[in-house]
Write a protein that binds this ligand. Structure first.
Ligand code: BG6
Length: 501
């Protein structure tokens, strides 16, 4: 594989949680696999007093596998920087130019904004003033990775886009949505567009409804402060879940260039049918997990979590019925269900095909829709469900399944989404990043719901016990008796408690 061009990787928030959990481990994995550029420097930025040595020490704590750590650490250095101090950015520029002279490479700088969203604007303004932004480059490239949340509503997302675009060209702005970097989400595209047998069925003529589940067993943990301001709609639906939906629903692009792929996704976001706000609970149900006491053990409810204000009305669960107003999907409901403190961490898409028009076998009357399950995580794989004749007398129909597990394809564990995404930026490929029009279209769709929730106290916030599949009210969304939630088990093919395969 061709190596990316030599470059300097600058992390705002270089000592923060995201650097610790995602960015540095991903860079280290890429390093071990020889995928980083020939000449590469990582510059961590932060307010804390570190020097290069003490900064490298924290990497030794962050990463367990130390096999190539000492070599890797030679790439790493630290600069103290206050994001609201313009002079620090001039000092940063000097430092980067000095590193660049040492490495004899073009001035290819990548700035990763791994900080709170309030700081995105000030940082980019200061990068611009110091002559470090894309539009002031003389040689090499300047790229910007922007973490989520990208704005908190449509207006703020537009303002943020406006600020970024003053200093960077759209092609140099990488808005991260780590779900797009997940191997299994990418595989949805391969599954759909590399096979002849599924695509002809992939439309309103053959599909009854589609379910997308984003379940997490964890609660909000230490992130109560952030999460209470955000809520689950902003945290998971506006970005990750809608991106999965678009990957499932988009038309085949003309080619696999980033523009073609992203154009098709935007068309889906723009075709999302507005939710009827006057009947919002026919389409959107929100919930919040409550304390569970079982066998003397307690699982905290949301209101007992750290930094969550008492009486908070922030949702930790969202179920939605979404329609796409276009030729392919008209009338097909997409049911989304996502929440914290559900029974297990499972992400999957279930395509429920239409039933046969006429039941030849009495026992097939009650047989469920044929299902195709695309499992994003864990136990990544694909399962096809269909009816077969039970051996023996008569015509008894039984549901059986055919399954594929990623683990059969490779003995290696699947790469973390960040590994792929960071390499893509270094290679200048934005296909798996969200474009400005896509982000804005998603906010435009979600905004009226958030506004209604905020202003209309009559709308329910339904409580569900921690560890359950969410409020029972979520089942109100279904169009008919044949539809119901598929409660996925952690294993793709083995039954567990409280779930079905
Ligand atoms: C993040 C959200 O974007 O995605 C978190 O902020 C959520 O609240 C996480 O837990 C889920 O990601 P994953 O990869 O663990 O499914």
């Amino acid at each position: 594989m061709k190596k990316p061009e030599n470059s300097i990787f600058v992390i705002f928030g270089g000592t923060g949680d995201l650097a610790k959990r995602k960015i540095i481990p991903a860079l280290y994995q890429n390093y071990i696999q020889g995928l980083l550029p020939e000449k590469f420097v990582i510059v961590g930025l932060g307010r804390t007093e570190y020097n290069n040595d003490s900064y490298r020490d924290i990497f030794r704590e962050w990463i367990q596998d130390q096999s190539q750590m000492e070599e890797f650490l030679k790439l790493v250095s630290f600069q103290k920087l206050q994001v609201d101090t313009g002079d620090d950015f001039f000092a940063l520029k000097e430092y980067l130019d000095h590193l660049h002279l040492e490495s004899e490479s073009p001035k290819n700088y990548l700035f990763y904004l791994a900080v709170g969203p309030d700081l995105f604007g000030p940082i980019v303004n200061n990068l611009g003033r110091a002559g470090l932004c894309g539009k002031s480059k003389s040689t090499g490239w300047r790229r910007l990775i922007v973490e989520k949340p990208f704005g908190k509503d449509w207006v703020s997302a537009r303002q943020l886009n406006h600020t970024l675009l003053q200093y960077f060209d759209e092609e140099d702005i990488y808005r991260i949505d780590h779900y797009l970097g997940k191997e299994t989400v990418q595989n949805i595209l391969a599954f759909r567009f590399a096979n002849g047998i599924f695509e002809p069925l992939w439309n309103r003529n053959y599909i009854d409804h589609i379910e997308i589940t984003g379940a997490e067993s964890d609660g909000v943990g230490k992130r109560g402060g952030y999460y209470d301001q955000s809520g689950h709609m902003r945290d998971m639906v506006q970005n990750h879940l809608l991106q999965i939906l678009a990957t499932i629903a988009m038309e085949p692009p003309n080619n696999f260039e980033s523009k073609a792929v992203r154009d098709e996704k935007v068309k889906i976001f723009e075709a999302l049918a507005s939710i009827d706000i006057n009947n919002i609970e026919n389409n959107v149900i929100r919930g919040q997990y409550s304390l569970l006491t079982m066998d003397g053990n307690k699982i905290k409810g949301y209101l007992q979590e750290d930094k969550v204000p008492s009486g908070s009305k922030t949702e930790t669960f969202v179920a939605m019925k979404i329609f796409i107003d276009n030729w392919r999907w008209s009338g097909v409901p997409f049911y989304i269900r996502t929440g914290k403190r559900l029974p297990s961490r499972v992400n999957e898409v279930v395509i429920h095909f239409k039933k046969t028009p006429h039941h030849l076998f009495t026992s097939s009357k009650n047989i469920s829709h044929n299902k195709l399950i695309l499992r994003i995580q864990p136990d990544e794989g694909i399962v096809m469900n269909f009816g077969m004749k039970k051996p023996g007398e008569g015509f008894q129909i039984k549901n059986v399944s055919m399954d594929f597990h990623y683990s059969d394809l490779t003995s290696k564990s699947l790469p973390d989404a960040y590994e792929r995404l960071l390499l893509d930026v270094l290679n200048g490929d934005p296909t798996l990043y969200a474009r400005n029009d896509a982000v804005e279209a998603c906010w435009r769709y979600i905004d009226p719901i958030l506004k209604e929730w905020q202003t209309n106290d009559a709308i329910g916030l339904y409580s569900y016990p921690a560890g359950s599949w969410g409020p029972v009210e979520a089942s109100r969304l279904f169009e008919n008796k044949d539809q119901s939630w598929h409660n996925p088990c952690p294993s793709l093919t083995a039954k567990g408690e409280n779930c079905n395969v």
